[in-house]
Ligand binder design. Structure first.
Ligand SMILES: Cc1ncc(COP(=O)(O)O)c(C=O)c1O
Length: 339
């Protein structure tokens, strides 16, 4: 018998629905749905640029951050080129590379779940057109600090564009975070990729953006589908920018819940590395296959990478409690109710 899904923790979504002010902006935009949106999202681009404190010619908007990544690949890749990225990573990169006609070059993660920057550099050659870094990393949540990132960027040849995917950056904390908007002004071959799908909770609306040097941004905009950004989504993003402090508080709640979940998982015997995204990572050789089965049996959807690990999105407190109960039971331990 199928177990009903009680908690969706498989796709690193926000547990929160849109704020009332955002819903109201969407409702107003829906009432104008017989009108076309802007052919190119200049107004939205200007708002995002002002919010990021960069000039508008350094911002490209697209259909989710995957849309912007595809625009980049299509802008720079020629037949026979390659795209280097860590593996395991976000599954979309090899798919997007293939859509643009490139061959993927996967580079294994270090045993501790970090992207191996030395090995990635060593994998670059004259055919490489893009190297992808994911920071914080999906699925392990590991973080590349400011110094390591700068050293990497200094060593990447200029014919290679660095796609720095920061889909989860709002969930990262600490003194060593890279100032990526500033870096994207300093390196003409760097595109910083961000999204409204995660911290801003608008995954269904498909809006992402990239920050880069004007010449690179212009090439990426050249691949933008005219009228491709829908007006309801644009209205929701603008309303979200106006509600930023409220949304930041939601992110703080998710970060606090991530730390609680991690501490409790450690206390029941799982080894959980420090994570900087809205997820926690349980890695083999801990019994991740049994963990996946126990969670599925408890109606908790997570992402299982057989023989590698389990990625659990951080949801609300109730969802974490369901995770802890399922995984504690598995290891023969008992969790005190509401501990
Ligand atoms: C690392 C990473 N980048 C990008 C995305 C997709 O974001 P978007 O919804 O903006 O396309 C995801 C979604 O899971 C992700 O994990």
């Amino acid at each position: 018998m199928d177990v009903p899904v009680l908690h969706r923790l498989a796709l690193n979504e926000s547990p929160y629905p849109p704020l009332p002010s955002v819903r109201e902006a969407m409702r107003r935009a829906v009432a104008q749905a017989h009108r076309y949106p802007e052919s190119h999202p200049d107004d939205l681009t200007e708002r995002i640029a002002a919010w990021c404190r960069v000039p508008p010619d350094r911002v490209a908007v697209g259909s989710g951050s995957v849309g912007v990544a595809l625009q980049l690949f299509r802008a720079v890749v020629r037949p026979g080129d390659t795209v280097a990225h860590a593996w395991r990573t976000f599954d979309a990169y090899p798919l997007l590379a293939a859509m643009a006609g490139a061959r993927s070059v996967p580079v294994p993660l270090s045993p501790d779940g970090h992207q191996d920057l030395g090995a990635l550099l060593a994998a670059l050659d004259h055919r490489t057109r893009v190297v992808v870094l994911c920071n914080p990393h999906n699925p392990t949540g590991s973080l590349i600090g400011a110094e390591a990132l700068s050293a990497f960027l200094r060593r990447v040849p200029r014919h290679v564009t660095v796609l720095l995917d920061e889909a989860y950056v709002e969930f990262a904390r600490g003194a060593d975070l890279p100032d990526s908007p500033a870096l994207s002004g300093a390196y003409p071959n760097l595109l910083v990729l961000r999204t409204f799908s995660k911290a801003y909770g608008l995954a269904a609306l498909r809006i992402g953006y990239g920050l880069g040097a004007p010449a690179l941004v212009e090439r990426i905009r050249g691949q933008q589908l005219p009228f491709g950004i829908n007006a309801v989504a644009a209205a929701a993003v603008k309303a979200s920018l106006r509600a930023e402090s409220e949304l930041r508080r939601r992110v703080d709640t998710v970060v606090a819940e991530r730390e609680r979940l991690r501490d409790e998982l450690v206390s029941i015997g799982w080894r959980v590395p420090a994570g900087h995204a809205n997820s926690v990572w349980l890695a083999a050789p801990d019994p991740v296959g049994e963990g996946a089965a126990a969670l599925a049996g408890a109606g908790v959807q997570v992402r299982h990478y057989p023989n590698e690990g389990l990625r659990l999105t951080v949801g609300d407190r109730k969802a974490s409690d369901a995770v802890l109960t399922a995984l504690a039971g598995l290891r023969g331990q008992r969790r005190a109710p509401n501990a």
